[in-house]
Ligand binder design. Structure first.
Ligand code: NAD
Length: 349
């Protein structure tokens, strides 16, 4: 199924609205998901609606939720999203941090108990567009931890993503580093499983601790695990994401005590910095441009694969998918169609 982003937005909007969301909330969540598809991250695109519908039906995702502002000193705030749509409340929290950083130079927000916040890069993009540097550390607390620590064969984390955004210049788009600390995002295992495709080598162990490329090990009991990226380095980053966004922010952590019926819960620590408080804007922009040019000037190891900087693959994917449509695999489409049928939603109204 290849579908134009506009039709997909309208379809996703109607599915979110079926849970009772206001028109604004439904449009916001649908846009976030379709933008993830457009940027090539199908793991965080409309396929997530299957989990969202499960969670709003179970009451573990609270639609139209308003965050509780737990504390606010002007530069540090803690928000409790109370299981509301993460896309909406994380965006509001990051907007608070951008405004506070513009005023004070730096702002920190701890976000607790958000339902899935989606593609974390979205928040880095918002900050970078405003000329800010942003760092986001996220934990995921929902059911069985599927990611093993380095040297482990049992899950102890989920995919705990990290995002760092550096503002763009007049010649370059922002740098947007945004990835899961697992070798692959769990959603990518779901996408491969749905599409009946193997995973790349070195991403999965089966339940016996043997390396495998079969994504079904994550969907059949006894389950396998996803490995952290970069061995001890990714595993260490996963741990600090867990601690920063969990214990330190006061959001739930993934432990054996995590009730699996809680739905998808993200915590996030966001640090937003006004870089103009650190050095002069013009020289900083020149240095950013020079560094990007220097990195990209490296001869490619494979002439077919140019050297890119973080954020570029997403921009390339977006241009291509805006022009040619978004591919949705059959299994994801049939899951979405089943939901649409239950709620009497047509693809085109
Ligand atoms: P990924 O492995 O595709 O890595 C993406 C990052 O690497 C981006 O910054 C991208 O620009 C950069 N990149 C990719 N190819 C590159 C190249 N050739 N040269 C230079 N840079 C390159 O991402 P992922 O780990 O699969 O994560 C996908 C998405 O899932 C992210 O947006 C992440 O925020 C999201 N996620 C969310 C949650 C959650 O609970 N909300 C959990 C995990 C992941």
């Amino acid at each position: 199924m290849i579908i134009d982003h506009g039709r997909l937005r309208a379809f996703a909007n109607r599915i979110v609205a079926a849970g009772g969301s206001s028109p604004d909330e439904a449009a916001f969540v649908a846009d976030h998901l379709v933008e993830a598809n457009l940027r090539g991250h199908d793991s965080h695109g409309v396929g997530m609606l299957v989990a969202y519908v499960r969670d709003f039906e179970a009451g573990t995702l609270k639609v139209n939720q308003k965050p509780e502002i737990v504390s606010d000193t002007g530069t540090i705030s803690v928000w409790d999203a109370r299981a509301g749509y993460g896309q909406v409340i994380a965006h509001q929290a990051v907007e608070w941090a951008i405004k506070a950083a513009k005023q004070h130079g730096v702002a920190v927000n701890g976000l607790r108990n958000a339902h899935h916040i989606g593609r974390v890069g979205t928040y880095g993009e918002v900050a970078a567009r405003e000329g800010m540097v942003a760092l986001h550390f996220v934990n995921v607390a929902s059911g069985a931890p599927g990611v093993a620590p380095f040297r482990g064969r049992e899950g102890r984390f989920l995919t705990n993503p990290v995002c760092i955004a550096i503002p763009g210049t007049s010649s370059n788009e922002p740098i947007l580093l945004d990835f899961a600390t697992s070798r692959v995002a769990l959603g990518k295992v779901r996408v491969a499983h749905n599409a009946g495709k193997p995973m790349l080598d070195g991403a999965l162990l089966d339940h016996a601790g043997q390396p495998t490329t079969d994504p079904s090990v994550m969907y059949t009991e006894p389950r396998g695990v996803v490995l952290p990226f970069g061995e001890h380095k990714g595993s260490g980053l996963a741990l600090v994401c867990e601690l920063l966004a969990g214990a330190i922010v006061g959001s739930p952590s993934v432990t054996t005590n995590t009730p699996p019926e809680r739905g998808i819960i993200n915590g996030m620590l966001s640090i937003v910095i006004d870089p103009a408080r650190l050095s002069a804007r013009d020289s900083m922009m020149n240095e950013i441009d020079a560094m990007i040019a220097w990195v990209k000037s490296a001869k490619p190891a494979d002439p077919e694969l140019p050297v890119l900087v973080a954020g570029e693959p997403e921009r390339i994917a977006r241009a291509e998918r805006l022009a040619n449509g978004i591919y949705i695999d059959n299994e994801t489409w049939s899951q979405l169609s089943a939901i649409a049928e239950r709620y009497q939603i047509a693809l085109d109204r």
